[in-house]
Design a protein around this ligand. Structure first.
Ligand SMILES: [Zn+2]
Length: 380
């Protein structure tokens, strides 16, 4: 009797421990999205015809967050969820402290020329383009609302973003990823039929981006100074569309750079997928079956090159010339992988290539729907 009880307790302890170990591992694997609603409280941002930027930004961020929170693999961090003032450094620090995977700052644009319209998504960096600097000056000018800004921002002059030059040299670390995220956002806006302003993805020195240490973008979702676009931004329907586009872009980024998993629910871009019907089970099976098979390649072989605490840009120069590098975050570590093959034979060629470049300890891994499985299972 005693023994049975002990065994039972041991079993319970085992299961509880296992549960916590698993949930800890699970939470480490979270993709953390820091969402930043620009401005707040006495800082209204742009204000035209009753359309107030700080309110639109907050409404958009809450909607994006609500969509992302449905995904158990995504954790959303907000710099603000109410109408409060937070300075630019603190916004970035909220993301830094939370160890966010990406940082997305959401704003509305404005211009004295009320005909100006369209979306822009910025990545951090210097720019000589006057219109890029204009947006940065406008968003950076918020710091003058803080009494001690001259000390706090180390002599940075918001009217002369060039004073950030010395500070930006180390910023290039996240540039490729930031551009990838920004492009996805602008692509989704294009899908919505939004006007993409002069190329969409731009570079400029934004203080809020400067201080965040992760891939980061600032989205100008449109001009509230433009009556038509401004009313769209200020409408429930417009905000729902924009929020969905941004959330979809974020999930798409997650899938590409962080690993896909079955819990990702988002609208695949129509241009990239097999017909939407492929996912719909109620469609005539005749056309459907082969499409479904292609849609679910399920198993992918990759070459694991190395594990590092350091987040590296995925460019080939960082990987002895190998192209097609992907990364998965695993707790505090980053696993860097090369290639993607559908068959074991192809995978072995990739492995040989990696070894020939000097990755002697590289080995093959296999993923099924983004989850690790053994290579033996995959071969079957
Ligand atoms: Zn703004």
């Amino acid at each position: 009797m005693q023994v049975v009880k002990k065994n039972r307790i041991a079993a319970i302890v085992f299961f509880v421990t296992t549960f916590f170990v698993f949930s800890a591992a699970f939470s480490q694997n979270l993709f953390r999205v820091a969402l930043d609603a620009g401005h707040g409280d006495h800082d209204f941002g742009a204000n035209y015809g009753g359309r107030i930027e700080k309110n639109i930004n907050l409404a958009l961020v809450l909607k994006v967050g609500k969509i992302l929170e449905q995904n158990p693999k995504i954790e959303v961090i907000y710099t603000r969820t109410t109408d409060v003032f937070i300075d630019l450094i603190e916004r970035a620090n909220i993301a830094n402290r939370a160890d966010a995977t990406i940082f997305v700052s959401i704003h509305c644009n404005a211009n004295k020329n009320t005909a100006a319209s369209g979306t822009e998504t910025y990545v951090m960096g210097m720019s000589k383009v006057a219109s890029n600097l204009e947006a940065a000056k406008k968003e950076n000018s918020v710091i003058t609302l803080e009494k001690d800004y001259k000390q706090k921002y180390e002599g940075f002059d918001p009217n002369s973003p060039e004073t950030m030059i010395g500070m930006t040299l180390m910023q290039e670390e996240y540039l490729d990823n930031s551009i990838a995220l920004a492009s996805k956002i602008e692509d989704r806006f294009a899908d919505l039929g939004r006007e993409i302003r002069q190329g969409g993805v731009k570079q400029a020195p934004f203080m809020v981006l400067h201080k965040a240490y992760m891939p980061r973008v600032l989205v100008e979702t449109g001009f509230i100074s433009n009556t038509v676009e401004g009313n769209y931004l200020n409408s429930e329907e417009g905000q729902n569309d924009i929020a969905r586009a941004i959330a979809d872009a974020i999930v798409s980024y997650k899938r590409e750079y962080f690993g896909a998993d079955a819990t990702d629910n988002y609208n695949e871009r129509p241009s990239q997928t097999t017909p939407a019907a492929a996912v719909n089970e109620n469609v005539a099976p005749v056309v459907e079956k082969p499409v479904v098979k292609e849609e679910a390649p399920a198993i992918v072989f990759k070459v694991q090159l190395m594990t590092s605490k350091k987040k590296l840009e995925l460019q080939s120069s960082n990987f002895k010339g190998l192209e097609g590098i992907t990364v998965v975050a695993d707790g505090k570590y980053f696993k860097y992988m090369f290639g993607a093959a559908a068959t074991f034979e192809e995978a072995q060629k990739l492995l040989a290539e990696a070894k020939s470049k000097g990755y002697d300890s590289a080995y093959l891994i296999a993923l099924k729907n983004g989850q690790l499985i053994t290579v033996q299972e995959a071969i079957k």
